[in-house]
Design a protein around this ligand. Sequence first.
Ligand SMILES: Cc1cc2nc3c(=O)[nH]c(=O)nc-3n(C[C@H](O)[C@H](O)[C@H](O)COP(=O)(O)OP(=O)(O)OC[C@H]3O[C@@H](n4cnc5c(N)ncnc54)[C@H](O)[C@@H]3O)c2cc1C
Length: 304
Amino acid sequence: MTNAKAERSRQQLLSRLRWGSGFAQRFRYLPQLEVRSLYTIFDQDGWEFDEALYQAWQQGQTGFPIIDAAARCLQATGGWQQLNFRVRAMYSSFLSNLLRMDWRYGALHFMRHLLDGDCPIDHYQWAMQSGVTHCVDKTWTRIYNPEQTAVDRCDPEGLFIKRWVPELAHLSPEDLGLPPSLLLKDYPSPILNYKQARQRRVKQLEHQRQLFLHQQNVVPYLARLPKLLTPFGAERFASEVGWAKAESPQLFPPPLNLDDLDLEQSHALRTWFVAHINIKPHKPRQSKKKALKSDDFVQLDLLS
Ligand SMILES: Cc1cc2nc3c(=O)[nH]c(=O)nc-3n(C[C@H](O)[C@H](O)[C@H](O)COP(=O)(O)OP(=O)(O)OC[C@H]3O[C@@H](n4cnc5c(N)ncnc54)[C@H](O)[C@@H]3O)c2cc1C
């Protein structure tokens, strides 16, 4: 490996570790982020829930091969070294932005299966991919297209999809975005129309964000620490959450009390939640890339 390449890889690792530490810092001061969206409005309305659709997303039965491959890979391997950032982001965005289900249902599922599950990173990444974090200065959220664009970008030879969705092994990569139902007998048809779902979500987020767009002081809109700290989704699993029944337990280290902040401190806190780089919508590239192959798992294309 050339020095330049080694240096670039070192810089990338440092920036990723910085991302991870930044999320840990946010959770240290704002532990409510484990159970609440950053801005209260996003927990007040707008999420839908359908158990059958949630199960289809978990079990890899959505009719979108790249999403179903990610779902089955996560359950079978715990995702470490198999599910890179882009595929985790695409899989999460499908649940919260296209199925419009509360991101906390997804974060819960990831934490129950990810080998490298890390609560601050997982929950904050879920919230980011759902468009409920960086809102004060940016009105655009990346909603991943789970169709052919995704296959061309992440799995151009379809090796990952064919590994985890063997019922599609006979298809050519060009048909793996939205498999023609004629060619399929035991694979579900798509559970949603991507374009319509995307439009609805973009409209919804724009409407919700109007409330505090470009506000200098976002503290009034931020979620507060709830009295009861019952983990989200605890009712779905037989888990011991007696500890969470104590009203306003003494947390250590003590969380930031948002109501004690003066204007200068509120402005300083705002810098945690604005994008420090000008993010523009991504222009799709035409090029098709060859997937790397080593041993028995496929390294998905990360940087494109
Ligand atoms: C919805 C979603 C959920 C995620 N859940 C987790 C999780 O529970 N645990 C986790 O470690 N990473 C999580 N990530 C971040 C990222 O996908 C993984 O850290 C990365 O894929 C792991 O690859 P690696 O082991 O090769 O780590 P490298 O790429 O070598 O990175 C080294 C370390 O840096 C940190 N890191 C890397 N990328 C990110 C990132 N984008 N944001 C924050 N920290 C990062 C992690 O601690 C990682 O172990 C999530 C991403 C998304 C989109």
